[in-house]
Ligand binder design. Structure first.
Ligand code: NCD
Length: 320
């Protein structure tokens, strides 16, 4: 019996909070097996032949949408890309109508990105298909956290293991970041120690209940971490000003060459993209040997293949 028969995943992937330790490891380990396909000359498995996956994107995206598309195609699914940005219908109604339309068309899974927190949960209540949250407002982005953990584990751990005892700093615009929220849940589930570093204005209210340490001083934290995850300054979600100037932000919280030298040897630099080069991260750091930013992109395809495979119940072994 293959492991996926023993450990059941939830029906949808809406939040990392819905996963337990074994389920998270199952996704990471399945992604490892599927990553081998991505290295093969013919990158395709027949696993999801005849299944239809809809990418429903109400917000801009480059890598997440393309990554889900590549993942679905490598599993031989049919993919429909629906970019709903700019719709003039009120968001709640248009989402429900769209969901019912997609269901009538026989979509087996919907990958949803939406500017409202909670949109994926609502969609899951309206459709029979599998819903995968590809980012809902400032709430969660579970597959990003899974690909981040996968990338960190490849360097600092091993297949089958978690991230027990590893120290990860998440730096920057935590307030607006669904990536940070999903990462805090997943890294904690996997046993890592987490430090959030940000100006006080970009730390969310209620953070005391999160399983994290807080620091306002990046220089004190960097020498102690195994990996540092830089977050994009999400100007499009900022209605007020959260720091005096971009120059000031960069000076106090940006990762630059001097700060990179504070990191222990072998510590990793991550960023979910898209990067504001020169703001939260300098070009030298983004392109340095310690940076695994492009690996994150490549690993995203394997992790999303694993999620689609496990949720849609592929009917042949991944090793076949
Ligand atoms: C993130 C997102 O959209 O939440 N990007 C991504 O999915 N690769 C982070 C961001 O936009 O800053």
């Amino acid at each position: 019996m293959t492991p996926e028969k023993l450990i059941e995943l939830p029906r949808h992937l809406l939040s990392i909070g819905d996963l337990n330790h074994n389920q998270a490891l199952l996704i990471l380990d399945t992604a490892e097996e599927l990553a081998r396909i991505s290295d093969a000359p013919i990158k395709k498995l027949p696993t999801l032949r005849g299944r239809t996956i809809v990418n429903l994107f109400f917000e801009d995206s480059t890598r997440t949408r393309i990554s889900f598309e590549a993942a679905a195609k490598r599993l031989s699914a049919d993919v429909i890309n629906f970019s709903a940005k700019g719709s003039s219908v009120s968001k709640g109604e248009s989402l429900k109508d769209t969901a019912l339309t997609l269901q009538a068309m026989g979509a087996d899974a919907v990958v949803l990105r939406h500017p409202e927190s909670g949109a994926a949960n609502r969609l899951a209540g309206w459709t029979n298909g599998v819903v995968i949250n590809a980012g809902d407002g400032t709430h969660e982005h579970p597959t990003q956290a899974l690909l981040d953990a996968f990338t960190i584990r490849r360097h600092l751990g091993s297949v089958g293991s978690d991230l027990e005892g590893k120290h990860i700093a998440i730096v920057g615009d935590v307030l607006h970041s669904r990536v940070a929220r999903s990462n805090v849940l997943l890294l904690n589930l996997l046993g890592a120690k987490i430090t959030l570093v940000a100006p006080p204005t970009l730390i969310p209210v209620g953070v005391e209940s999160w399983p994290v340490n807080i620091s306002y001083n990046i220089d004190e934290v960097l020498p102690e971490v195994d990996a540092v995850m830089m977050l994009r300054v999400q100007s499009e979600r900022m209605k007020n000003s959260f720091f005096p100037s971009t120059r000031e932000y960069s000076r106090l919280f940006g990762l630059n060459l001097d700060r990179m030298n504070l990191l222990p040897k072998g510590a990793l630099i991550l960023h979910p993209g898209p990067m504001n080069r020169g703001l939260e991260i300098s070009a030298e750091c983004a392109d340095s040997v310690q940076s695994v930013i492009l690996e994150q992109v490549a690993n995203g395809v394997s992790v999303r293949m694993a999620v689609l495979y496990l949720l849609l119940g592929g009917n042949i072994g991944v090793g076949a």
